[in-house]
Design a protein around this ligand. Sequence first.
Ligand code: 13P
Length: 217
Amino acid sequence: MLDNRTETDKRQAIIDCCLKMNASGLNQGTSGNISLRHGDGLLITPTSRPYDSLTPEDIVFLDMDGTAHGRWNPSSEWRFHRDILQARPDENAVLHAHPTFCTTLSIMGKPIPPLHYMVAVFGGPDIRCAPYAIYGSAALSRLALEALEGRKACLLAHHGMIAVGRDLDQAFWLADELETLARQYHGCLQLGAPPLLSAQQIQDVIDKIAGYGLSDD
Ligand code: 13P
């Protein structure tokens, strides 16, 4: 998708998405980070700066070789943001956060199975949970990329989640849907092992739902 917004507009859109992420309860403090493809690199939130203090100049531009340009250091998770955008040319936005129910499942090492048909919007019959590696590491980036294979989101063990989208709106929408699925799964687990949809039932939804939630702008 061609994104003709100016760089300043994109920087502001990242800040707006951060503020929405915290206001919605998906994230708290500066635990999350957001990036958006721009030119030959990406724009990304600075590390550890409160979102409500951010101005467009605070967003960092990162070359694909990892060189940062800006007044602050980039998010400590810049590696997986960069690596995802490099490996997934159809995706333009990456959202990482620590939502309570996603993180609860990730601590328990539980991938999300096909318990609701909305699992299909993530591209397959489950949401994988990447094994633990320390935050900001190349190892975490490698494990996250593996867990994201053919999917638009994954959990990160003892950490949180990642959602990717063709734009910030889609990444946020998916992050919100993922936290809802995690809350539903957590609720089901109080009652026992939930019955699951079959691979064919999920595939039928993937076929039917193609394009759902994708705006054409
Ligand atoms: P940053 O403030 O460096 O983006 O890191 C937050 C975080 O939670 C890393 O996983």
